[in-house]
Ligand binder design. Structure first.
Ligand SMILES: CCCCCCCCCCCC(=O)SCCNC(=O)CCNC(=O)[C@H](O)C(C)(C)COP(=O)(O)OP(=O)(O)OC[C@H]1O[C@@H](n2cnc3c(N)ncnc32)[C@H](O)[C@@H]1OP(=O)(O)O
Length: 192
């Protein structure tokens, strides 16, 4: 297998799971009701159900349907990258870093037919200041099935103003009217 290009810098340290991170087995709620990856408000979204692991890791399943096709009967690659982006980005729940994707490298190893259940995993690999390095993969039809897709990513920690200053006013205002559109876990407000 070829080396990834998102390389962890020498000053990076091992990620630490925050003491108040959700417990293993906890199903993470959607961070934003209209998120394409996990939001129930998106009829053609991925509706991913993401579960907290024992360390700095997550698992999820994603059912590939006719709505997800690129080639006939096969999943669109960009959509598979989206699924990985989602489960990688949600690692911020464990390190308590509100992050956005800065770089996402994806390897497509096998075609993914419609009807497949993809078993996804993600893991925080390292932290360097605001930067969170993570990796993940998707297995065909079983947690130990063949790896169809894998990714490495760099996430950069941002403040709430990243969203309030850059997001369209209509959606930001809607959250002001209905704060339940974004998720709170304990005393922790998840970024949208
Ligand atoms: C609680 C969780 C739940 C939340 C759950 C969330 C789950 C959602 C999952 C989906 C997540 C998404 O898709 S997020 C949407 C897609 N992403 C975006 O829209 C992000 C767009 N990009 C940006 O806004 C910006 O470029 C940022 C914020 C990423 C970085 O800008 P900045 O804040 O000005 O910082 P900047 O100095 O440029 O970069 C910081 C450091 O990162 C490095 N860096 C930046 N970009 C890159 C890059 N592409 N490749 C390599 N390195 C990079 C820089 O060299 C620097 O390193 P050094 O000098 O410090 O060494």
């Amino acid at each position: 297998m070829t080396a990834y290009r998102t390389e962890i810098p020498p000053d990076a340290v091992a990620p630490t799971r925050h003491p108040d991170a959700p417990a293993p087995g906890f199903v993470l709620p959607t961070h934003y009701a209209n998120c394409f990856g996990c939001g129930p408000g998106q009829p053609h979204g991925l509706h991913m159900r993401i579960v907290v692991g024992e360390g700095c890791d997550l698992t999820a399943t994603f059912d590939v349907t006719e709505d997800h096709q690129g080639a006939p009967g096969l999943a669109h690659g960009g959509l598979l990258a989206s699924a990985l982006d989602e489960i990688l980005g949600m690692l911020g729940h464990l390190t308590r870093m509100s992050c956005v994707t800065a770089r996402l490298e994806t390897d497509f190893r096998r075609p993914v037919p419609v009807g497949t259940r993809l078993y996804l995993t993600s893991r925080a690999d390292a932290v360097a200041g605001r930067k969170l390095y993570a990796s993940g993969q998707g297995h065909l039809d079983a947690p130990d099935g063949p790896v169809a897709v894998r990714a490495r990513a760099l996430f950069v920690q941002v403040g709430l103003e990243h969203f309030t200053e850059n997001g369209r006013a209509a959606e930001i205002d809607a959250i002001g009217r209905d704060p339940s559109l974004i998720t709170h876990i304990g005393d922790y407000t998840v970024n949208p």
